[in-house]
Design a protein around this ligand. Structure first.
Ligand code: ATP
Ligand code: MN
Length: 477
């Protein structure tokens, strides 16, 4: 008999039919009731075993974690909390799971413990919910851009360029580390390396994305990026996925409109397609927040917070306005920030971003027109000579979720900025060429996919929304 997914059984309005269900045992009670989960939904299906006609040997092997195939009749359940159950007529053990050794007991485990057994944590309700939401969000990203006619560009993973400034990249090499070839001056001779030059893993696909936008008009990337930054925070990974749209003929306002539309669209998709999972994660979060003092708890529950973001425009504020707000804030005056804001030009830390979003505006914020000193060389310079057309989208609980800008399309201005910032402009002739041949105003941004998943799932550590986190001193599985 063909296998039916639990999700399809629970969402149908049929009963009294034969079905075969395969999945993993969550619990087995009274030698009779299996809570079976196959990952198609957060909900388990109860399979009722005819224990009088099942051998003792088989009953003993129905343990938490075991994989079973159950055939029988789907009937309306008399039990609480479930519409249907499976009255088993045949049961086969597909894979045993020794209950003495299986690390996942049918009880609540801490997220820290589950991180150590990340190869098994998919089997918990929390993680299966997280990965279903992650999947829906990633599909929604593609849906959004494809509906708008953006072309998905696959930018290289291995690159010889450094869009962000050196020091944070992972080197890619096939040189013998024990005995690397040296140049006459004693430096490592990368001309003998695989690519004939020094290469790294990409930190961003933006620069290549811009090249494509200068022909296809509207493109996006969605791929892995790598940063060797030693930031051990709950929001940074060494390997993460980024979505980077680049659009010809867009100015900063168009860019902000697109960023808001994208975020609202994908959150809406998650609300529409992951209702059960989000409800579960909502309750998980409420439970978790009970441990916290009242003043640290969220003002809104997860689902309300998501709806709020979908229904309200993001607040658009200039960096200069934000600095004034922060400087005048009680938080600053009472020295509650770790980094006090004393003057214009200061880089904003996550604590400041979150203050603006969570305490001051109480909604997502888009900060624009940052000082050029704290932003990248490719951002379009404003007339004031001090600021650039940058935008950061800041989200509650997260801080920066998107960083973007209108790009500098004027050749002379771009070259001058590259020189000032010691960007090797000869090597980047290909980037400058787009400004020499048929340049146009254009803009784009980078959305950190994991930060989005973090926000939508209400999880609090970025290590818990990617299957296998890569962070400093940690590359398991
Ligand atoms: P932050 O200041 O938070 O480190 P950033 O300014 O370095 O971010 P960008 O270089 O603008 O970030 O990258 C674009 C987006 O990629 C960010 O808005 C964020 O969502 C995401 N991002 C950046 N670094 C990381 C990281 N190490 N892990 C996960 N996501 C990241
Ligand atoms: Mn960073």
């Amino acid at each position: 008999m063909k296998r039916i997914k639990i999700k399809d059984i629970l969402s149908s309005d049929k009963s009294q039919y034969e079905a075969c269900v395969k999945g993993w045992v969550r619990t087995f009670r009274n030698n009779q009731f299996i809570a079976l989960n196959d990952g198609s939904t957060i909900h388990n299906l109860q399979a009722v075993v005819d224990f009088e006609n099942t051998s003792e040997e088989i009953l003993k092997r129905i343990t938490t974690g075991a994989c079973v195939s159950v055939t029988g009749t789907i009937i309306t359940s008399l039990g609480k909390g479930q519409k249907y159950e499976l009255k088993a007529s045949a049961l086969e053990i597909l894979g045993d799971s020794d209950p003495e050794k299986y690390p996942l007991q049918p009880k609540k485990h801490s997220l820290e413990f589950l991180r150590e057994i990340a190869h098994l944590r998919f089997r918990t309700s929390t993680f299966s919910a997280v990965f279903r939401v992650r999947n829906v969000l990633s599909h929604a990203v593609h849906k959004f851009f494809q509906e708008k006619g953006f072309a998905w560009i696959h930018t290289p993973i291995i690159t010889a360029s450094d869009a962000e400034g050196a020091g944070q990249m992972f080197r890619v090499t096939t040189l013998d580390l024990k005995n690397p070839p040296k140049t006459e001056s004693g430096e490592i001779d990368f001309s003998q390396d695989f690519f004939g030059k020094s290469t790294n893993l990409t930190v961003s696909g933006q620069l290549e994305g811009e090249l494509a936008a200068m022909a296809l008009s509207e493109i996006y990337t969605f791929g892995p990026t790598f940063r060797a930054e030693n930031s051990n925070t709950t929001r940074h990974l060494a390997e993460f996925w980024m979505i980077e749209p680049e659009m010809a003929f867009y100015d900063l306002n168009d860019n902000m409109d697109l960023a808001q539309e994208l975020l609202q669209y994908v959150i809406k998709e998650a609300l529409a397609h992951c209702a059960d999972d989000l409800q579960f994660l909502n309750e998980r979060l409420l439970e978790e927040e009970k441990q916290k003092p009242q003043n640290e708890r969220s003002e809104m529950n997860l689902v309300d917070k998501l709806k709020f973001c979908v229904e309200n425009d993001f607040q658009r504020v200039t960096y200069t306005e934000a600095i004034d707000i922060l400087r005048e804030s009680n938080h600053n005056k009472k020295k509650k920030f770790s980094y006090l804001i004393d003057k214009w030009g200061a880089d904003l830390q996550s604590e400041h971003e979150r203050y603006l979003v969570e305490k001051h505006f109480k909604k997502p914020v888009i900060l624009i027109d940052y000082p050029k000193e704290i932003k990248a060389f490719y951002m379009r310079q404003n007339e004031d000579g001090k600021t650039v057309r940058a935008m950061d989208v800041l989200f509650p609980g997260i801080g920066e979720i998107i960083g973007g800008s209108q790009r500098e399309e004027r050749y002379d201005k771009l070259l001058q900025r590259m020189q000032e910032m010691h960007i090797p402009h000869e090597e980047m002739y290909w980037y400058l060429d787009t400004r020499r041949f048929g340049a146009c105003p254009h803009a784009g941004f980078g959305l950190g996919f994991e930060r989005l998943v973090l926000f939508v799932t209400g999880m609090t550590n970025i290590r818990d929304i990617i299957a296998f986190a890569r962070t400093p001193k940690n590359c398991e599985f």
